[in-house]
Design a protein around this ligand. Sequence first.
Ligand code: AMP
Length: 174
Amino acid sequence: MPTAAALVDRLTAVVPDFPEPGILFRDLTPTLADAAALKAITDELVGAFAGGFDLVAGIEARGFLLAAAAAYAAGTGVVAVRKAGKLPPETLTEHYALEYGRAALEIRADQLVPGTRVLVLDDVLATGGTVAATCTLLERAGAVVAGVGVVLELAGLGGRDRLADRRVVAIREV
Ligand code: AMP
């Protein structure tokens, strides 16, 4: 049985100059479309934090796919961390810088029971701005960040350093 990392290597598409010139885009949609890969990735991320979280948060959009699978596997609920403007009020908002451009993320202000331990999942960790903003949002809502799981870590971009106070698990570093 291939490992999750081997399946990620085999199935992830690498697209030069998308969505902007100079960006090497790692497209995990073919990886997540593969049954064995989705299961291996989900099992590895859930297993790494087993017993340590009460809820899973997925970051829009590919993080939703991972978070729902992980929450189902772990028997928890799932929270969507959304791009700005998608959720009805009242929301909490965090603005942040991306590898390409700027963005903002939101959650519902009344969504979390204080003290809930939340596992944060996304597809790619690049500069870490997206995950850092997500962790700040969750903590502003009273949650405890149990850890961060990603499929791919772009190791040269400093995301892990930016999240130095978090436990970060990546299936694969590139
Ligand atoms: P960052 O905030 O810089 O860590 O960027 C992470 C977010 O942007 C994730 O939600 C990724 O989906 C996306 N992203 C950033 N860089 C890439 C890349 N090179 N390939 C694919 N997705 C990326």
